[in-house]
Design a protein around this ligand. Structure first.
Ligand code: SF4
Length: 657
């Protein structure tokens, strides 16, 4: 017998993103590129652990383990006959809607419906989930809609009960009073490969310490959604009508064709060439053919979806401008300059012009870049950090999502152009708070001279600002050199907006990514600026680098390295240099590195998603010593490549200007 086609929580969420996805989902003929790996999800930010902790905060409950729809409904129904009950994973059905709720607390005729999310919350009540005008905050709307769906299904399944709805969130305002809380929730794989949380150690109230999750009543916000006054704009019809409509369409497998737009760029329903050859169907292509009248050849034309950092893609698409060749000067406008070099609009214009005229030459503003380079002091230092932030803190006095800075790499280049992998730091010891030792090691390496320091993007500046605050707030560890560390951080950073006072250090790090954006555009990158995209562009462009690094010179006396020996970086395939990042063995077997960042919700951490998950894996999952060693070696090599990539960009520019 085939399984009933219910509109569940996850399908409702999918429909909120785009209702056409309801038609593609779980059909083998439409490949779905969203990685569906609960183990990875559990490692990413600790969501599974938060779910387990929430249960411990509601002790004495019964878990509905049964996965069969009918039997789980029956078990839930029986439990609800008791006067009072706490149920985890209770099942409810109303017509064609089916939900499993995280935690239910039944007291007489009242039910508390508690949805647990490993999302950080620094407010006090439901008003802190809204904007200044009282409407739903965009970043919270999908979570609140999820609960609205659950409350609607539950209230209709059991109309005799009063239902109070809550979001249970990681409370940024609280600090744990116990050490090693995270490690009480180990992530393991069960026999079918799914994530399982094994709870161990002292899990009594004292053992768990102060509450780090907060329960926020959101009935007022759900009322706004039901009345259609929430302002989120996530659905086109009144809530009840929309839910019933989606449920009916899903049941009948009716295709709902949503308008195409910028959301399609990240759509998971697409095929690789290999999948197409095997007769699979490409959901994304089908949508664009139906909605925008695309032919097969149109998919090869430069699309407006690929314009770098352009905020009006949906407007263009609404006007029927699908291709870069449709764009006018007016569409791009004039951006405000930030220092010398290209403005954002200049860069967009150049990208569009080059794409439309099939011009593959790069643009390097050599004179302006040279002026900039003249201000740099040797030796040059290139640094990169790897960090992790998970919901349940590792250490006492830390709040949820406290950042752990566990690794850095450092390359230096002297005036004569000698390159050296000068130093590194890594601490993946279980339960050890690395940040103060991390910044001490960084200081030791950088304070030897007054050379210019480079980072790529904002991450390093943000992390040092966080450690600055941690040093100020720390009362648990005696730090003899606290003042020196604070002074050092201030000297090489710019303060972030949330600091109590503002500064710009005398040796404030230079952002190499910002220089890429202002002075260099290579059509090879298609407008992307991550180090993983800029590096292969530079290597493919520079004959000098190809010549130099096609020999095993890296990790020798002339270019010392801490993790590579006699290494050749240039390998060509089909006339192109293979991206060095793709030459290293993956940190996670069988998982595409690019996709790992999909598990991380914080955009500032997403780029280092693989390293963050490797760290989490070493902290709270079962691993043999041999495996730990292998992952640690992998982390060291990746981080070294991150700083070497920056050196290569510098070398390329140095040759060109
Ligand atoms: S391609 Fe666009 S319209 Fe089609 S399912 Fe994906 S997001 Fe929706």
């Amino acid at each position: 017998m085939s399984s009933p086609r219910y509109l569940t929580k996850s399908r409702f969420k999918l429909a909120l993103e785009c209702e056409t996805k309801l038609f593609y989902t779980r059909k083998p003929e439409y490949p779905d590129k969203k990685v569906d790996d609960s183990f990875m999800e559990a490692l990413a930010e600790g969501g599974f652990q938060v779910g387990e902790l929430a249960k411990l905060y509601h002790p004495g409950g019964v878990m509905v383990k049964e996965r069969d729809y009918e039997r789980s409904l029956k078990i839930t129904g029986d439990l609800l006959k008791q006067d009072n009950a706490i149920i985890y994973e209770a099942a409810f059905r109303h017509k064609n809607l089916f939900i499993r709720t995280d935690v239910i607390v039944k007291t007489g005729n009242a039910i508390d419906l508690i949805e647990v999310k490993a999302k950080s919350f620094g407010g006090r009540d439901s008003m802190d989930l809204t904007k200044n005008n009282g409407q739903l905050d965009k970043s919270w709307s999908p979570y609140i809609y999820d609960v609205a769906f659950q409350k609607y299904a539950l209230t209709n399944a059991y109309p005799g009960f009063t239902v109070n709805a809550y979001l249970m969130l990681a409370n940024k305002n609280s600090k744990t009073t116990v050490d090693g809380l995270n490690q009480k929730f180990r992530v393991t794989r069960d026999r079918s490969g799914n994530a399982k949380i094994t709870v161990s150690g002292d899990i009594s109230k004292d053992g768990l310490g102060s509450d780090i999750l907060v329960k926020v009543n959101i009935d007022d916000l759900l009322g706004m959604i039901y009345e259609g006054t929430d302002g989120a704009g996530l659905i086109g019809k009144p809530f009840y009508e929309q839910v019933r409509y989606w449920a009916e369409c899903y049941k009948k497998d009716t295709r709902l064709q949503s308008r195409v737009g910028k959301k399609c760029r990240d759509c998971e329903f697409y095929c690789t060439a290999g999948e197409l050859a095997k007769g699979k169907r490409d959901g994304r292509r089908e949508c664009w053919k139906r909605e925008a009248g695309f032919t097969d050849s149109d998919f090869h034309k430069p699309s407006v979806l690929d314009i770098w950092s352009y905020n009006f893609k949906d407007d263009l698409i609404r006007e029927g401008k699908y291709f870069m060749s449709d764009i006018t000067e007016e569409d791009i406008g004039q951006g405000a300059p930030k220092g010398s070099g290209m403005t954002r609009s200049d860069r967009q214009r150049i990208q569009v012009q080059k794409a439309v005229s099939n011009d593959n030459t790069m643009l390097l503003l050599a004179d302006e870049l040279k002026d900039e380079m003249m201000t740099w002091k040797y030796p040059l230092h290139f640094i990169d950090f790897e960090t992790a932030a998970v919901a349940i803190p590792f250490y006492k006095y830390m709040h949820p999502y406290e950042v752990a800075a566990f690794q850095f790499s450092h390359h230096a280049v002297d005036k004569k152009g000698n390159i050296q992998h000068r130093g590194e730091y890594i601490n993946v010891e279980r339960g050890k708070f690395p940040n103060f030792e991390f910044v001490r090691a960084l200081k030791e390496q950088l304070e030897q001279d007054q050379g210019t320091i480079f980072r790529f993007a904002t991450h390093e500046n943000t992390i040092l600002n966080i450690i600055y605050r941690q040093l100020l707030e720390n009362t648990s560890i005696r730090i003899e050199d606290k003042e020196e560390l604070l002074y050092f951080i201030m000297s090489i950073t710019r303060s972030t907006r949330n600091q109590s006072h503002q500064w710009e250090g005398t040796r404030n790090m230079v952002d190499l990514c910002d220089l890429v954006k202002r002075f260099y555009y290579d059509p090879y990158t298609h407008g992307a600026n991550s180090i993983k995209t800029v590096l292969p562009a530079v290597l493919n462009r520079s004959k000098y680098l190809q010549e130099k690094y096609s020999k095993p010179v890296y990790g020798t006396k002339s270019i010392p390295s801490l993790n590579f020996k006699d290494h050749t970086w240039i390998r060509q395939e089909n006339g192109e240099v293979v991206n060095p990042y793709k030459q290293l063995p993956p940190l996670f077997e069988g998982i595409n590195e690019e996709r790992l960042k999909d598990f991380v919700t914080d955009p500032d951490l997403a780029e280092g998603g693989a390293a963050m998950m490797a760290y989490a894996r070493m902290q709270f999952s079962e691993m043999s010593d041999e495996e730990r060693m292998k992952v640690k070696e992998g982390l060291l090599r990746y981080c070294e490549l991150d700083t070497f990539a920056m050196v290569l960009i510098w070398e390329f520019w140095n040759e060109e200007v």
